[in-house]
Design a protein around this ligand. Structure first.
Ligand code: ADP
Ligand code: ZN
Length: 222
């Protein structure tokens, strides 16, 4: 059975980039709440309209809406074969709800990878990052640009700068991270599930090998 992983980290710490690589190479479902919310927004669904103002302001979407979205994704994406959670949980109540959702299915998290990055790099990295609006593939104008400007290498979708990747919104998202998400480091640390992973450089083979060794070595909890 595939592993069940959580990627934890500040905005711009590389969660999206690495969870895509891990889920592609290991055949795991990729569940990224930010991507799911952006898809709802683009399709102008009722949920999309509800979450719009939170996302634009760099605030967290309320737990109740986020948990419902993840519950649906766990079912839709056949997550019983393993998954990578990217951007969820982001609060203690979300982590508790996730624990209950998995328990109901007889599943548990194998490892929580805490991506660690210097905050000064993080702001610079986030301001130059780009994303495919169709498949969620992250790019960076400085060191990870698509082969053809504005076009996704993987799906041909439009590659754009996210409207919430401005300095002002990023500062608010960082605040939300320190206030609501950083407590998850202790939460999962206390459960013996947390591993720290330094991710200061651009994606490289060295980082990939270090990360995959960590995942392969992670022992699942009963
Ligand atoms: P980043 O990690 O770069 O901040 P994401 O794409 O993960 O970006 O999230 C973008 C926005 O979507 C967040 O700022 C927030 O408004 C919303 N969001 C995503 N995941 C969650 C979550 N687990 N809980 C609450 N809000 C979320
Ligand atoms: Zn794409």
């Amino acid at each position: 059975m595939g592993k069940r992983l959580i990627l934890l980290g500040a905005p711009g710490s590389g969660k999206g980039t690495w969870s895509k690589i891990i889920s592609d190479e290991k055949g795991l479902a990729h569940i990224a709440t930010g991507d799911l919310f952006r898809a709802e927004l683009a399709a102008e669904t009722p949920l999309g309209c509800e979450v719009k103002s939170y996302m634009e302001q760099g605030a967290l979407v309320p737990d109740e809406l986020t948990i419902k979205l993840v519950e649906k994704a766990l079912t839709d994406k056949n997550a019983s074969n393993g998954f990578v959670l990217d951007g969820f949980p982001r609060t203690i109540p979300q982590a508790e709800a996730l624990g209950e959702l998995l328990e109901k299915r007889g599943l548990a998290i194998d490892v929580v990878i805490n991506l660690i990055i210097d905050e000064s790099i993080l702001i610079e990295r986030t301001l130059s990052r780009l994303v495919c609006i169709k498949c969620g593939q992250p790019y960076n104008a400085k060191n990870m640009a698509p082969a053809v400007e504005g076009t996704c290498d993987h799906c041909g979708g439009n590659v754009v700068h996210r409207s919430d990747d401005t300095e002002e919104t990023l500062r608010k998202r960082l605040e939300a991270y320190h206030l609501s998400t950083a407590p998850l480091i202790d939460y999962y640390g206390n459960r013996d599930l947390l591993v720290a992973f330094s991710n200061d450089g651009p994606p490289s083979d060295e980082t990939r090998n270090r990360l995959f060794a960590l995942i392969d070595g992670a022992k699942g909890k009963a």
